[in-house]
Design a protein around this ligand. Structure first.
Ligand code: C5P
Length: 319
């Protein structure tokens, strides 16, 4: 529990993680699969409000528009949705919920509160059916990683989880964001199923995040963290929070920074235990959470009991 108290206060460091997680972090650090180049300037200890303005200044949600090689030559221009993600709700959404898939949301009874928001973001294959009391049943948008599209076990093409929602997919590209290299060697091939899905469901908004957007978020996390962070993309959760801060006037994030209900249960919908799901091994998850903790405008009681962080949308900030 000492760890959790320090996470709530923003005073944890990776040295307090269990030895197995620390070892995994060191492994990813030396492997540097995506060729990340650490630049020097880090430590910048910005306050919450300063950090918010920095995020607003720099974060631009970007998706593949089919205008750049190799996608331009592959005929992606007419394949991608005509309306950009940032224009889907031109006047902005008012209040939005970001529902993390953490085990800690079980027995929270947060479902009704979550559904009361104008838009609800969920991740990957996280279900609502059977869990409505705790997670609600409204889904406006789903962020999915490339494994969901590429791995047949997820039934991406016919599962109802991926119908009638805005879909936003991503895959770890090289840090250089060289689209040709990425296209030749994605982590999981999301391109073929994307094309197939677009052809079959041309009216469903479905985007692929631009690698530049993902690595821009990574740069911001590293620049605002004293320690060296894992040279891997931020988690879907962090990506989703920043997308919603761009689209909504107010963002309520559930069970990202864990509540008192936290255990090692990875997901609410799966009997699998691993502390890495909450604290990170591959993703720089602990550092993402420390950053989000600094931005929290909600109450400590909501953080402890609901696992809820409240963040302002970029358009409401006066910078
Ligand atoms: O595991 P998955 O990536 O599908 O979960 C969605 C997001 O929820 C993660 O990217 C992570 O940000 C967050 N999460 C968490 N703690 C967990 C499980 C998920 O913070 N135990």
């Amino acid at each position: 529990r000492a760890f959790l108290y320090r996470l709530w206060k923003g005073t944890v460091s990776s040295k307090m993680l269990n030895p197995r997680l620390q070892k995994a972090m060191r492994y990813y650090m030396s492997f540097n699969k995506h060729g990340v180049r650490f630049r020097r300037r880090r430590e910048a200890r910005r306050t919450g409000p300063e950090l918010l303005c920095e995020l607003r200044r720099r974060v631009r949600v970007r998706t593949l528009d089919g205008k750049e090689p190799p996608f331009s030559a592959l005929g992606w221009r007419p394949l991608v949705p005509g309306v950009p993600l940032s224009q889907l709700h031109p006047r902005g959404l008012h209040s939005c919920a970001v529902v993390m898939s953490a085990g800690a949301i079980l027995n929270s009874s947060l479902g009704e509160e979550i559904d009361s928001h104008d838009a609800v973001l969920r991740f990957n294959s996280a279900p609502t059916r059977g869990y409505e009391k705790d997670v609600g049943n409204k889904t406006t948008m789903r962020i999915i990683n490339s494994q969901i599209l590429a791995n047949p076990s997820h039934h991406f093409i016919d599962s109802s989880l991926y119908k009638d929602v805005i879909l936003v997919a991503w895959d770890p590209a090289p840090y250089s964001a060289n689209l040709n290299l990425w296209y030749q060697k994605p982590d999981y091939n999301l391109f073929t199923p994307y094309i197939q899905h677009r052809r079959r469901n041309p009216t469903q908004p479905f985007y692929i995040l631009h690698p530049k957007f993902i690595w821009q978020l990574w740069d911001i996390i590293q620049e605002n963290t004293r320690e060296k962070i894992q040279p891997n993309p931020p988690s879907s959760g962090f990506i989703g929070i920043l997308i919603m801060m761009s689209l909504c006037r107010e963002v309520h994030v559930y069970e990202y920074i864990p509540s008192v209900r936290q255990t090692e249960l990875c997901h609410y919908h799966e009997l699998y235990y691993d502390a890495a799901c909450t604290l990170g091994a591959y993703h720089p998850l602990l550092y993402e959470k420390l950053l989000v903790q600094r931005l929290n405008m909600g109450t400590q009681a909501d953080l402890h009991h609901k696992g809820k962080v409240v963040l302002p949308g970029f358009r409401t900030l006066r910078c």
